[in-house]
Write a protein that binds this ligand. Structure first.
Ligand code: FAD
Length: 355
């Protein structure tokens, strides 16, 4: 039997690392500060993106030893609106993503991964915290607030709906979304500016979505959460490996980070099992698309509402999965401006720390 590996945090990144290490014969202990997994969320829908990589998401999860034992609903259609509610309806031949649920209910990603981990022999220790110095892997999620998101989960009379509004007046530098599947809805507002006004902005988002088609919102549950992104030089802290959002790994454009979190968990396990440098692994498999997402965000913030309308017009009639793939595929132009954008991000991070 190999040595015991201690992982701090039972989110998608930590649990994926634990499953792979246990399969390789390690004793694995996962320490979760809450009494269940998924406390950061309340049954909301999230999307597992299937557009940043050529490899189909379900094949990638299979390769990383993650089974689909959770709600996972493929989607090939989504409606984007600009600030004037001009509609851009987008489709894809293959699913551009899979809707999943987050939280601690039985069909959530969090619950499903915890079940897989325990079946592989992982010991999950709830309500317990250990010092980061004692952890081999740090997987504690967002550690500072680059952005903030408020979500409302509700029952509704609406048919299945996938809608996004890009409007700086209701989601400054962010976006607002409405997903309905089988009469359950999630309405979220993610902002990078005016974070203290999130309640007012969410109320405005609700009003705006109602203008795209009336729907009921019964049995509402609300959650406010942080989003963090930062491309680090190294994802090691002394002898520990940082994974998922704890390392800053996240999609800078829209905060669609769960696939990256799972991948980083898999890579951290691989680095321990095969004795390969972890920084080398994530730089090869994750850094490229994160860099492109930082460049995409730079242009997204520069453009404002006029730019969002242009974005919608440019995307119109394109296959959304293929359009997304091009947005995240490294190219010469974006590689050449990336270093300047990284310097600006480093300065922002330093100022943020000082305040
Ligand atoms: C509102 C919102 C909507 C989002 N929507 C999407 C989406 O649609 N698609 C997508 O791909 N991504 C989305 N994301 C991002 C996604 O949730 C994250 O990228 C992903 O959850 C990161 O996984 P993780 O394992 O790094 O961290 P987390 O999921 O945050 O898990 C960290 C775990 O560590 C535990 N923990 C924290 N501190 C400690 C400690 N000191 N000791 C022990 N345990 C600790 C926490 O309780 C938690 O269980 C969204 C994020 C938010 C906030």
């Amino acid at each position: 039997m190999e040595r015991t590996i201690k992982i701090l945090g039972a989110g998608p990144s930590g649990l994926t690392a634990s499953i792979n290490l246990a399969r390789a014969g390690y004793n694995v202990e996962v320490y979760e500060k809450n009494k269940t997994v998924g406390k950061r969320f309340s049954g909301c829908f999230q999307i597992l993106e299937n557009y940043t990589e050529k490899e189909e998401l379900l094949d990638a999860f299979n390769r990383m030893n993650v089974k689909i034992n959770f709600f996972c609903h493929p989607s090939k259609k989504i409606d984007f609106y600009d600030s004037k509610l001009n509609l851009c309806s987008l489709k894809s031949k293959k699913p551009y993503g899979y809707f999943i649920k987050r939280g601690n209910e039985k069909d959530t990603l969090d619950y499903g991964l915890a079940e897989q981990a325990e079946k592989s022999g992982v010991k999950i220790i709830y309500n317990e915290n250990i010092n980061t110095e004692k952890a081999d892997i740090i997987a504690v999620g967002a550690n500072s607030a680059a952005g903030i998101a408020k979500e409302i989960v509700f029952d509704t009379d609406s048919d299945d709906t996938f809608k996004v509004i890009l409007d700086n007046n209701i989601a400054p530098k962010g976006f607002t979304y409405l997903f309905v599947i089988n009469k359950k809805g999630t309405l979220g507002t993610a902002v990078l500016k005016k974070k203290s006004e999130i309640n007012r902005l969410t109320a405005k988002s609700v009003g705006k979505f109602q203008k795209t088609g009336k729907f009921e919102m019964n049995n509402q549950k609300e959650v406010v959460s942080y989003v963090n992104f930062y491309l680090p030089k190294s994802a090691k802290l002394n002898n520990s490996l940082k994974i998922g959002e704890a390392a800053g790994f996240q999609d800078n454009l829209f905060g669609i980070g769960t696939r990256i979190a799972v991948t980083s968990g898999y890579l951290a396990a691989k680095s321990i099992i095969e004795n390969i440098d972890y920084d080398e692994l994530w730089k090869k498999h994750i850094a490229g698309k994160m860099k492109m997402s930082m460049v995409n965000r730079f242009f997204y913030e520069l453009c404002g509402n006029t730019g969002y309308s242009l974005f919608n017009k440019t995307a119109k009639n394109k296959d959304i999965r293929e359009f997304g793939y091009k947005l995240y595929k490294p190219d010469c132009f974006r590689n050449s401006i990336f270093p300047f954008i990284k310097i600006a991000q480093d300065i922002k991070k330093k100022l943020h720390k000082r305040n």
